[in-house]
Design a protein around this ligand. Structure first.
Ligand code: NAD
Length: 505
């Protein structure tokens, strides 16, 4: 019998139940079921898969049990559970099953230049069984929602949610079965790292969202099997506030993008780089907006900031703050855990006088701590923003849109917003992913769907060339003939210029 993992409510500490820590044999069985179900799912065609997934979306919209589970195991406000997680998941299903999704998966015909008598059909086949491995911060949005693109592309999926928040994924699987969607196409296995490793050892492809450490281990394991991986990892996303920004709007955005879901958001504002001329005013505006936030248990009424989902994050935040204070930073508001509240809460914290060498400015924080750094000018802001091994997201604030756009274009990030924050996650038409050590591949756009396909190019002779194709094949194949080689040389010189062309320096 497999061991079990206890799940509890971070806002109250009350146990919610337990799930099995599934061993490799159970994972192999789930992958085998998924492998068996996949051909029939692919054979449904795009229209059939669209019908199935849109029916599921219609149930997700109004499933109170799903929202209750999500809120209870993550400790986030209902507003974020419904307005971000459920909304996003339904929007993702809409986009991937729209005309854009159909076109991304459709067979394309390409005409070669050199072999003009040929045509190539470029076909997108599903890869088979995609293993989706998810984190704890978005139990729906980075767990089941990550299964949507692989499913639309005709794969079956085995999802391994985080052991911290597995119940939401189990609720989606229950809904899947309840509305009669095909067995085996969407499987859930629960457990920790060992269960994830077993999935990496058996699936045909992995879509992983989580930490750099997890991503690196999975890339290594996938490399041994030579299976493809998509990695969506952590970030240190900068927000640049130039001296001509609308400071009120920028401060409100910094506070929202810094403290939504208690800062446990991958593309959150991890550091704010503010032009020296407006730095002090900006810090005061942020502090005032932060002090106005309502924090507490999501079940206790309307709150803005909920609980810390994952217990080890609390000492991690305390260490980063202590190190920053020891090196000259200052707590403007907040600063530590909320001992006046039951459960696990951390006060939204604004830190000023932060410098780039401090851990809080350099390493992922992933909690409600907003470090503000003073920069000399636009160039200094870009330099500090890009001086990081991570490159997930960012934002630039200026009343001069063209100026902000030019700065955003120079950020070394997978995506960026001009005078806005976090909305890049909802613009699902555009590719979204990390660059540098923040990841490989995409979660949005046609680019995301194509990753879950095995591309095959089939080359055929065009109808008008069929009578001469035998002659051409004889010229190019065995036995090689000197006059054909001379003709090839001539053709190459004519096409590419040969040795006659000189390159001027
Ligand atoms: P984590 O890497 O500890 O775990 C993520 C998942 O991977 C869990 O299900 C875990 O059990 C599993 N896992 C870990 N190591 C594994 C291994 N070697 N083999 C197989 N499975 C393994 O990450 P976490 O703490 O759950 O999530 C927080 C991190 O996720 C943060 O860094 C955050 O920035 C990142 N994140 C990124 C995005 C994005 O879109 N880029 C979105 C959400 C979260």
């Amino acid at each position: 019998m497999s061991a079990s993992i206890e799940v509890s409510n971070p806002a109250t500490g009350i146990p919610l139940g337990s799930v099995p820590d599934e061993p490799a044999a159970e994972v192999a069985a789930a992958v085998a079921r998924a492998r068996g179900a996949q051909p029939a799912w692919a054979a449904l065609g795009f229209a059939g898969r669209r019908r199935a997934l849109r029916a599921l979306a219609a149930h997700l919209v109004d499933d109170d049990e799903l929202v209750r589970t999500l809120v209870a195991e993550s400790g986030k406000p209902r507003h974020e559970a419904i307005g971000i997680e459920v909304f996003y998941t339904c929007e993702l299903i809409r986009f991937f099953t729209s005309g854009a999704g159909r076109r991304a998966l459709a067979t394309e015909v390409r005409r070669p230049f050199l072999f003009a008598h040929k045509r190539c059909r470029v076909i997108q086949h599903p890869r088979g069984v995609v293993g989706v491995i998810g984190p704890w911060n978005w139990p729906l949005l980075n767990n089941f929602a990550d299964a949507v693109a692989p499913l639309v592309a005709g794969n079956s999926v085995v999802l391994k949610p985080s052991p911290v928040t597995p119940l939401t994924s189990l609720r989606v699987r229950a809904l899947w079965r309840q509305i009669g969607l095909p067995d085996g196409v969407f499987e859930v296995v629960t457990g920790g790292v060992g269960t994830g490793e077993a999935l990496v050892n058996t699936a045909d492809m992995i879509f992983f969202t989580g930490s750099q450490r997890g991503g690196r281990a999975i890339a290594e394991a996938a490399g041994r099997r030579l299976i493809p991986v998509v990695l969506e990892l952590g970030g240190k996303s900068p927000m640049i506030v130039l001296e001509d920004a609308d400071l009120g709007a920028a401060a409100r955005a910094a506070v929202w993008s810094g403290f939504a879901h208690s800062g446990q958001v991958c593309i959150r504002t991890e550091r704010v780089l503010v032009h020296a001329r407006v730095h002090d005013e900006f810090v005061e505006l942020c502090a005032a907006a932060t002090r106005a936030l309502r924090q507490g248990g999501p079940e206790s009424g309307d709150v803005d900031v909920g609980a810390m989902t994952f217990a080890p994050q609390v000492p991690h935040l305390q260490e980063q703050i202590a190190e920053a204070l020891a090196h000259g930073a200052r707590v403007v508001t907040g600063g530590g855990p909320r001992t006046d509240l039951p459960g696990r809460f951390f006060a939204p914290t604004v830190l000023a006088d932060v410098t780039p060498g401090m851990a809080v400015a350099r390493d992922e924080t992933f909690g409600p701590v907003l470090p503000v750094l003073r920069v000399k000018d636009e160039e200094d802001a870009i330099r500090v923003a890009n001086d990081s091994p991570l490159g997930l997201a960012g934002s630039v604030w200026s009343r001069n849109e063209a100026r902000a756009r030019a700065v955003a274009d120079r950020l070394q990030t997978g995506s960026a917003c001009v005078n806005d924050v976090l909305v890049n996650y909802f613009c699902v038409e555009a590719p979204l992913g990390g660059t540098k050590q923040s990841g490989l591949g995409y979660r949005h756009g046609a680019e995301a769907l194509r990753q879950f396909c095995r591309t095959e190019s089939v080359v055929e002779t065009r109808w008008w060339a069929r009578p001469v194709v035998g002659f051409l094949r004889r010229q190019l194949g065995f036995p090689y003939q000197p006059r054909v080689l001379r003709a090839i040389r001539l053709a190459m010189r004519w096409l590419y210029g040969g040795r006659k062309r000189k390159v001027r320096s």
